[in-house]
Design a binder for this molecule. Structure first.
Ligand code: HEC
Ligand code: HEC
Length: 354
């Protein structure tokens, strides 16, 4: 395509995508997929058994930044979900207690409110349950319910904050996780250039980004999994990255479900703010251009070795992945679109702890 043709193509796409999303070109999505259009984020949902209150969110904010939730006061949630690092930690894989290396990359907690299962393998069904897992995990915060409750109960300011939030001075582990989850549900973005575009400003995306948006929804097939306002279907898929039988092996959801079909399955992550949260994938072994290259090739296909001929656990890659025939220019346009999903970090100061 010549420069001129590209500019014409971008202008045509800009016209199409300036219309209401219901009139956008049909995406390239397989018939098995119940897709939802990408778009503006709704209000974050708060569950009936843990409704929002400002007092609860304020308390959760203190707890999120408080290293006293961990053994020896070594680390807070914010140590690995650092607002200055896109609410992740910028590392390939995180360091846990006593700097022991963990096996997975820390995902962002920004927009986590919109997920329906948590962790890379979806093993926690709510943010409340997720918070309990981390506080008690011996490799991470290595707490016990009793110690967390005892530590907080010693501090009069926390007793008051719990009383304000929950109407009772008795601190329990359950209330700690509820306050943390409520705070996390306030960590919601929605000010990317793509959002501005959707709010009726067709010039907030440049030509590359408009072409990238169209590729994202069509030839690149990203909409098969990264759809809806949070750019995630919330489901588990096998991308061929389980490293089955090799160094870095991670069996994903299988580790909790024990089902052969779950070997190597991971939950689709959000792509909002993706440029701020590298490196990528559950193992943090990739940069964005590498990720796009792999998708273009249809993702790695593992071949059975002789001794694996009858292996019932041998992982099968998602049939939604196919070689995409994207040119270098296409891949660079796609990256430009992903860039438009990131918003400037909201700089915040950690709260003063009680
Ligand atoms: C030592 C680093 C570390 C600390 C401390 C930590 N996390 Fe995480 N967090 C991680 C890693 C790594 C994962 C991914 C683990 C996995 O998927 O197996 C994760 C996953 C999550 C997720 C899931 C996000 C998603 O999209 O599924 C949430 C939410 C979360 N952490 C919240 C918290 C909260 C709340 C705390 C404090 C109570 C906390 N984390 C403390 C490293 C950490
Ligand atoms: C079959 C479903 C599926 C399709 C199609 C798909 N993805 Fe993904 N994507 C996932 C899953 C699942 C992961 C996490 C995999 C892992 O960590 O092992 C992921 C991870 C990613 C990541 C890393 C995110 C992070 O926080 O580390 C990026 C970037 C990404 N996808 C972009 C894309 C783009 C761009 C397309 C289109 C070219 C695409 N994906 C198509 C399911 C899919």
């Amino acid at each position: 395509m010549s420069e001129e043709q590209r500019a014409e193509w971008a202008a045509r796409l800009r016209g199409l995508y300036s219309r209401p999303p219901a009139e956008w070109p049909t995406p390239d999505v397989d018939s098995s997929v119940a897709w939802v259009e990408i778009g503006l984020l709704p209000e974050p949902p708060h569950p009936a058994n843990n409704p929002f209150s400002k007092e609860k969110a304020d308390l959760g904010r203190l707890l999120f930044f408080d290293p006293r939730l961990s053994q020896g006061g070594q680390m807070a949630c914010a140590s690995c979900h650092d607002p200055d690092l896109g609410w992740a930690d910028g590392r390939t894989t995180s360091f846990g207690l006593n700097r022991q290396p963990l096996t997975r990359n820390a995902p962002t907690v920004l927009n986590a409110a919109f997920q329906k299962q948590f962790f890379w393998d979806g093993r926690a069904e709510s943010l409340e349950v997720q918070a309990r897992h981390v506080m008690l995990n011996p490799a991470e915060m290595a707490g016990t319910e009793e110690r967390v409750v005892a530590t907080l109960s010693e501090l009069p300011a926390y007793r008051r904050a719990f009383a304000d939030a929950f109407g009772c001075e008795d601190i329990t582990f359950d209330l700690v996780s509820k306050a943390l989850a409520t705070y996390e549900r306030t960590l919601v973005g929605g000010h990317s250039r793509f959002d501005t575009f959707l709010r009726g400003r067709p010039d907030s995306l440049d030509d590359r980004q408009i072409i990238g948006l169209h590729l994202y929804r069509t030839q690149a097939r990203c909409m098969n999994c990264h759809h809806g306002p949070a750019f995630s279907d919330g489901n588990l898929h096998n991308l061929g990255l389980s490293y089955y039988g090799r160094t870095f092996e991670d069996l994903g959801a299988y580790k909790t479900t024990g089902k052969a079909e779950d070997v190597g399955k991971f939950r689709t992550p959000t792509l909002r703010n993706i440029a701020n949260t590298g490196p990528y994938m559950h193992n943090g072994l990739f940069e964005l251009p590498g990720v796009i290259n792999m998708y273009n090739a249809g993702m790695p296909t593992l071949r059975r070795k002789e001794h694996q001929a009858e292996d019932p656990l041998f992982p099968t890659k998602s049939p939604l992945l196919k070689p995409l025939s994207l040119s270098k220019q296409d891949m660079s346009d796609l990256l430009a679109f992903l860039d438009a999903l990131s918003e400037p970090p909201r700089r915040i100061r950690p709260p003063e702890l009680p």
